[in-house]
Design a protein around this ligand. Sequence first.
Ligand SMILES: *Cc1c(COP(=O)(O)O)cnc(C)c1O
Length: 359
Amino acid sequence: MPEQWKSEPTTAMNSFVLNNWLRENIRDLKPYSSARDEFDGEAMVFLDANESPFDTDFNRYPDPHQKELKSAISSVLDIPASNIFVGNGSDEAIDLLIRASCNPGQDRILTISPSYGMYTVCAAIQGVEVDTVLLNADFSLNTDRLVNELKPNHKLVFLCSPNNPTGNVLNVSDVAEVLKAFSGIVVLDEAYIDFANDGGLVSLIDKFQNLVILRTFSKAWGMAGARCGLALSQPGIIQVLDKIKYPYNINSHTQKLILEALKDRQKLDERINILVTERGMLVSAFKEIPGILEIFPSEANFILIKVESPDLIYQSLLSEGIVVRNRNRQPLCQGCLRISIGVPEENQLLLKKLKELLT
Ligand SMILES: *Cc1c(COP(=O)(O)O)cnc(C)c1O
């Protein structure tokens, strides 16, 4: 935890009150009680959930509370299980946070721009308006502008660090300034934090009752196909998310796969090391290509670059079978392509083609 926060009092940092933040119907909601909710203990014969009794490996419902999975995540992240929500991708947590707090047509969310598109999409599905605050030209947070934009009907502020598509980490003191100024919840999306130099801000969830950190197994952990992500926050907020999720949101196959992945920290570290090394290699190599006008510093597993004719380069790469992300039409990203770091052979192929196109 950054030194300056250690001495801060836990309460009275801002005026966040969970019960005021929640929509009334969510606050009063009595959750669905599943068959497995109502039973606790060791049983040999399960005749409570109308499942098939024939063993197909998948004939039983998964644990709706994900106890074993949460306990394993708790050890790996070194935070209590009561601070952990497990979602069907971190996208589920984004959706649930909006649905828990925002009355359609009335409440709003605030997000930075450019950033990840799902905050806006989830809000739009729910009929919730989105306000955006442009980042500074160097993609740092403009806290003055953001704090000035805050209105009483803003329920959530979405921040992303390292930010997608820009790749930079947000300044801790800027994030803390928003946390202190805002009486709603600040969601800090750390999908790419495993590739960053610092370990992120999970340690601040005890200090700030209005902080939710998002993590995902989709990027560094290599489990995008399994669909599993996390929201980390104070227990009151976790209880709300658990109350409103689909009872069996994480299927039993995914629970098993993530438990397996969690056991192999060494493989995770090896893969992160390879990608971080390749990122450095690509940055150096990009500097030698005259047609690459700008390379934005990245602490993620992708690099944002600026070129003269992004649409043309995008199409030319595509015709060579290489697909990158065209971010040319995103705010502050004119001319920009976002390139994920591949395995070394893929990166060499990309470099060869880029050199041909841009030299
Ligand atoms: C990829 C990504 C995610 C991951 O979402 P999942 O639903 O967990 O796969 C979340 N946030 C950002 C910013 C991302 O780029």
